[in-house]
Design a binder for this molecule. Structure first.
Ligand SMILES: [Zn+2]
Length: 450
């Protein structure tokens, strides 16, 4: 059977991920993501109303025109998890394919919300839920199967999809951390990866997330970030002024820890900001977390301001607002607090906890610098970098190669410079550039078997 891979997006940048795998007559698409920084760089761009081709020209979504060179029918569109660089282009591209969107329950819910907010296209694709550990057959040949393997990442319900073909398995390895003691959910299913590496024809190709390939050692577990956070929050337990925390809204484990420790230090947690309400509300509705009954979540400007007024009236020392704005996004809650645009007043000595790391990208770094400066001008004390990454480092990559023993390796989720450290690691493990180690670009085809 012919197996061919189209590397469509995310092979020259971190963002707008999209890869298609053709096995015989059947094609499966993995991810359809957005490159948010290409959107934010323009002032006041509302992607909801924009046409796909304009977004492609901006470099914001994958240029999927290469799909016409793949001779097969798309049978499924498979987003691996709910981050925007993996699902953010579904509302702009999925309607061009007559195929269901297949994802885990949490991811499907986020895809559904994204489709509902789309104003340009009517996206009618079926939405199919499939959980980690489950399989579905692809096409009519009877010998191509899709499997979801559970992985740990900075968002819940993430998977690595595996396409089983008669020539071996194609494992799509974006995005994960090898976490054996995550805070909520199960550990990564390494046992299954090792089995896949040894059963049948083994692994034909492994597409790997190179985000952190240049960092030595292993990525710490979420439980390490949790301990760090507990240490910081306990240290300010006796402070009788304002404490504010921020983190990734989609990082449900971290939000859960913040809520728990707020209660431990005698403060009432409250989630503020549109995306805080969206992700935590969804996770709770689907039963992934069980927040305290009195946990307030407010997204709309008016209800947020009402909550801030209540906090100012009842006393800042009784509350822990958990807000958006960890990257200094200009319209996020924490940035507005820094600019003094909310009823919440920061005083000398108030604490601001960033349970996040700045995404190393000039726009983010600049915005975050500005936001932090504004907070400090009001006397805030900053607690930074209380975070672990969601992506594998060097030893994680090594372990994945050991587990899967793939015939071909395709680095992804980075720029050309970012591929270099992974390429070095793969070469040290016997792979040869141009033969079985494929450093590629957006819009290329890799023919694996004839
Ligand atoms: Zn991700």
């Amino acid at each position: 059977m012919e197996v061919e891979i189209a590397t469509i997006g995310g092979y020259e940048e971190v963002g707008r991920q999209m890869t298609a795998v053709r096995a015989g007559d059947d094609v499966v698409v993995f991810d359809m993501g957005l490159n948010l920084s290409q959107v934010l760089i323009h002032d006041n761009v509302e992607t909801e109303r924009m046409h796909s081709l304009d977004l492609i020209d901006m470099g914001a979504i994958p240029d999927d025109r290469v799909m016409s060179d793949l001779e097969g029918d798309v049978q499924a569109i498979v987003p691996t998890h709910g981050h925007l660089d993996h699902i953010g282009a579904i509302s702009k591209l999925a309607h061009r394919y007559d195929a269901p969107i297949v994802a885990t329950p949490f991811t499907i819910e986020l895809v559904k919300q994204q489709i509902q907010s789309e104003e340009k296209f009517g996206v009618q694709n079926d939405l199919k839920k499939m959980s980690a550990g489950e399989t579905m057959s692809i096409g009519d040949s009877g010998n191509v199967e899709l499997e979801f393997v559970h992985v740990t990442h900075s968002i819940i319900d993430a998977i690595n999809p595996v396409l089983h073909t008669p020539e071996g398995a194609v494992v799509y390895g974006l995005d994960k951390r090898m976490d054996h003691s995550p805070v909520i959910e199960d550990p990564i299913d390494m046992k299954r990866f090792r089995e896949i590496g040894r059963e049948g024809e083994g692994v034909l190709a492994y597409i790997e997330d190179c985000t952190n390939a240049g960092r030595k050692g292993r990525t710490p577990s979420e439980s390490v970030a949790r301990r760090h956070l507990k240490d910081v929050m306990t240290s300010v337990e006796d402070y009788d002024g304002g404490i504010v925390a921020t983190t990734f809204s989609s990082h449900i484990s971290r939000v859960t820890s913040l809520v728990e420790f707020a209660n431990d230090i005698g403060r009432q947690p409250v989630l503020l900001g549109r995306s805080m309400e969206k992700y935590s509300g969804t996770a709770e509705r689907l039963g992934f977390v069980d927040f305290p009954d009195d946990l307030g979540m407010y997204g709309h400007r008016k209800s947020v301001d009402r909550t801030f007024k209540r906090i100012m009236n009842e006393g800042k020392e009784k509350f822990l607002p958990i807000v958006t704005g960890h990257q200094g996004e200009p319209r996020a809650m924490l940035t507005r607090m820094g600019r003094g645009e909310t009823p919440y007043q920061l005083d000398d000595g108030d604490k601001v906890i960033f349970s996040a790391r700045v995404i190393p990208e000039p726009t983010n770094e600049g915005q975050r610098y500005q936001s932090e400066k504004l907070l400090k001008m009001q006397g805030a004390r900053i607690f930074d970098d209380i975070h672990v990454s969601g992506h594998l480092r060097e030893e994680g990559h090594y372990e994945m190669l050991q587990a899967l023993q793939p015939k071909h390796v395709i680095p992804a989720h980075q720029s050309m410079e970012g591929f270099a450290p992974y390429t070095k690691l793969a070469a040290s493990q016997g792979y040869t550039l141009g033969r079985d180690l494929h450093v590629t670009r957006n819009g290329n085809m890799i023919q694996l078997t004839e």
